[in-house]
Design a protein around this ligand. Structure first.
Ligand SMILES: [Zn+2]
Length: 140
């Protein structure tokens, strides 16, 4: 059974599909949301934080082409690293897939894509999160 690459950032609801959601915390005092774990609000330093689940849509804020990947990178090189703004506020860095360079536009709608990836030589599989262009039918 595949598991999340990082269960403080991605909760898997169905490992077969796979489906799941990005998660983080939200400050109950100032409403600022953060992707991933936090002990204190990055905006007001309150520790009055609640766990939240993000939706699966975002918009492209910025991107770059990565020619020299991090050590152990299991994917193709070069690849597009996208900074994606979630409607709830936080930005998420992940690979942008299923798109040609010429079609990339800042502000375009993106959909979370969960993919099983084999790691290392042990044959273990982890589910990673990436972004792909959203289909019109997904924008509701
Ligand atoms: Zn706060």
């Amino acid at each position: 059974m595949s598991s999340s690459i990082d269960d403080t950032r991605l909760i898997i609801s169905d490992a077969e599909e796979p489906t799941g959601s990005l998660v983080g915390v939200k400050c109950e005092d100032c409403n600022v949301a953060v992707f991933g774990p936090a002990k204190f609000c990055q905006s007001c330093t309150s520790d009055n934080l609640i766990d939240i689940t993000f939706g699966s849509l975002g918009s492209l804020y910025s991107y770059t082409e990565v020619k020299v990947p991090p050590h152990g990178w299991p994917g193709e090189v070069p690849y597009i690293l996208a900074e994606v703004a979630l409607p709830e506020g936080p930005h998420v860095l992940a690979e942008l897939i299923d798109i040609h360079h010429g079609d990339i536009q800042i502000g375009m709608a993106l959909k979370l894509a969960l993919l099983p990836v084999e790691y290392g030589t042990t044959g273990s599989t982890k589910i990673v999160y990436k972004w792909r262009p959203a289909q019109p039918s997904e924008l509701s």
